[in-house]
Design a protein around this ligand. Sequence first.
Ligand code: ADP
Ligand code: ADP
Length: 241
Amino acid sequence: MSLLDVRDLAVSYNGRRAVEGISFTVEPGETVAVVGESGSGKSTTAHAIIGLLPGNATVDQGQILLGDTDLATWSSRRMESVRGVRIGLVPQDPANSLDPVKTIGAQVGEVLRIHRRGDRRTIARRVVDLLTRVGLPEAEALARRYPHELSGGMRQRVLIAIAIALEPSLIIADEPTSALDVTVQRRILDLIDDLRTEFGTAVLLVTHDLGVAADRSDRLVVMKDGRIEEQGPSAAVLADP
Ligand code: ADP
Ligand code: ADP
C-alpha cells in the first residue's frame, strides 16, 4: 500500500477551481517533488493533504488516503490529530513560523507536551536531541534562545526539528528553502535527505525550482494550471522533451 494516495482530488476557492482532479502517490521512504510555476496549485495540494486549507476553500471531489484513512472527508479540527503525528509540515517562511516571544526549547517542547511524550525532564532531553539531530550547535544553550537570535537557516532547522518531533512517516516541505541563500538552501535539503535515509521518512517536496526538484526527488509531479502535466521517475520526466 502507498503511504499517501491522492486520487482525483479537486479543490476550489470561492467556487473557482484551483486544483482539477489530480492523482499521485507517495511510497514509504521516497521523495516526491511537486513542481510547477507560481499559481499552478502546489500549495493548495499540500494544504489539502495536511488539512490547512483556508476557510474559502472546498474539497470538491477525490480522496486523500493516508494508509486506509481518507483525509479528504476529515474536518480541519479532526486533522489536528494527524498533523505533526503522521504528517510533519516544514513551513515556507522561517521568519514568520516561529513565535517571537517563546524560546526555541519551549516551541520544540510544546508539540511533545501536547502529545504527552513524557515528563518535563524527558521532554527537555528530547528537545536537545532533536536540536542536535537537525545540526544545531550547542543545543542546550540554543534551547533557551529566542527566534530573532538565530539566522534564517538555523530557524529553518528548528522548524524541521518541530516537524520530526513526533516521528511522522511523511514530511511535507512547502518551499522549505525559498527564503534562504543558496549555500544554506543546499544544507537544509541535505538535512531533509539525511532524515529520509536515517529514519525512512517519506518527503513531499513542494517547490517552484525544477533544479531543486530534479536533484532531490525520486519522482516528479509536474503541475500546471491546477492539473498534473506529467509525472514519473525524475530522470524519465527530465529526459522527456
Ligand atoms: P502554487 O502553490 O503553485 O503557487 P496555489 O495552490 O497557491 O499555487 O494557487 C493555485 C490557485 O489558487 C491560484 O490561482 C491562486 O490564485 C488560487 N488561490 C490560492 N490561495 C487562494 C486563496 N486563499 N483564496 C483564493 N484563491 C487562492
Ligand atoms: P533507537 O531505537 O535506537 O532509539 P531510532 O533509530 O528509532 O533509534 O531513533 C533514534 C532517535 O531518532 C530517537 O530519538 C528517535 O526517537 C528518533 N527518531 C526515530 N524515528 C524518527 C523519525 N521518523 N523522525 C525523527 N526522529 C526519529
